[in-house]
Design a protein around this ligand. Sequence first.
Ligand SMILES: *[C@@H]1O[C@H](CO)[C@@H](O)[C@H](O)[C@H]1NC(C)=O
Ligand SMILES: *[C@@H]1O[C@H](CO)[C@@H](O)[C@H](O)[C@H]1NC(C)=O
Length: 449
Amino acid sequence: MQRLSVRHTLATAVTALCAIATTANAAPRSVANPLATEDQRVLDALAIEINNGHDFPVLKASAKAAYQTAHGLPISDEASSTLDAAIDELAFSAIQKAVNNDPYYPKVYVVDAGPREWFGLDVPGGRYSYDNPDCVYRTIPIDSGLSYIVTGKRFTPGPTDVSFSLISNPNSQNTVAYLAGEDLVLGSDGSYKITINSTSAEGATNHIQSTSDATQLLIRNNLGDWTTETPDEISVRIIDDASDHDPISKTKIVLDATSNLGQSIVTYGVGALGLKTSINAVNTLSDPSQSSSLGTLTSQASSFGHFELAIDEALVVTLTPGAATYFVVPVTNPWMVTTDPAKQISLNSVQADPNTDGTYTFVVSLQDPEVYNWINTTGLTEGTIMARWQGLPTGSESSSSSDVAIDIQVVPLSELASVLPTGTRYVTPSERAVQLEERAAGYARRLQG
Ligand SMILES: *[C@@H]1O[C@H](CO)[C@@H](O)[C@H](O)[C@H]1NC(C)=O
Ligand SMILES: *[C@@H]1O[C@H](CO)[C@@H](O)[C@H](O)[C@H]1NC(C)=O
């Protein structure tokens, strides 16, 4: 009943929004998906055009070699079979970063997402370096000499975790300034405005002070309950007069994409896959650590690992949430890319069922163990994992991350029951079917054009 009433409220909000959209541009839209914007359509179309005209064969070959080196030998046929697709998505992500890279003509662009068809466009996947299936990533290009207003609207319910990171480079993604979702002040109707300029942030609410090395605002909306939570509606306006500046040319976009792909090889191939992931022993996870580099948030702790599983084995992962307001345990292929987000390849703090002591135990396996907190490797016997905790305190007092923890062990499925905590929630096939249907329907909401 609870859920029905939430859905009803959402449906009412969506209907109201459709009415507004219809009056405003006389283009009837049956569904108001805040991600399916005109900016998105224009940028997706441009990214596809550039992708069709440029294959980047030399860079793709060197990306492939870097990923293979980071993985280490031997490389199974199963792992090899998905490498080219992962490199194609990496190249498309490099193009997506380049098409929305004009600080005089800023747009809001959803990136780092799986393939989709919308606006009559066949958009390739642009996932890389541990895309989080809960997260809607959006980018806005920023120049520190210019002033911007980002306008947003929060629906009910909104995302479980929201953050705005000003970063110095779209590839290494080092954070130079940060606005946490909990510090964002919303109007009574859920609307908000954020100013971005070089003025000091001291005492100001909804303001992000840009520094000379800022190039992009990276906005994360993490959805906990996919069936009810809606990402914010977000748009951007430049305050300065841009009329003296021509929009960046396609030649410049291709040069930027080339540079992005070159940097990606080092940052994600050598860095994320090699130094963060492969360095750990198989079927172990690194201790959670908080850092502001390699695309992670300053308020985030991450734990990396890679696994190898037989069909009759499972990984039992136990996570301690600590002070986190959101966490997720996703499984990715050997190249750090989600397989099919609509399948149960991840569970987060809202979706997962807790143990009686407040920890969470997940079973990662190929076969369905009939445990509620199952993470399906979707047939993979080999893959990678980046668990993450968000909403942690930032600053020096948090450097130890001591209140978050993760533990992992491999067990034969036949012995699973003996290692799972008492009170573990099991599911019947029909309960599983409902869980999976809700997830697939929740994911589909994000893809509606
Ligand atoms: C810069 O941001 C501050 C704080 O929100 C605001 O008062 C000021 O008007 C902004 N400056 C410009 C040029 O937009
Ligand atoms: C697990 O993933 C496999 C491979 O994608 C899929 O065929 C299967 O239906 C999934 N299992 C469930 C119960 O969703």
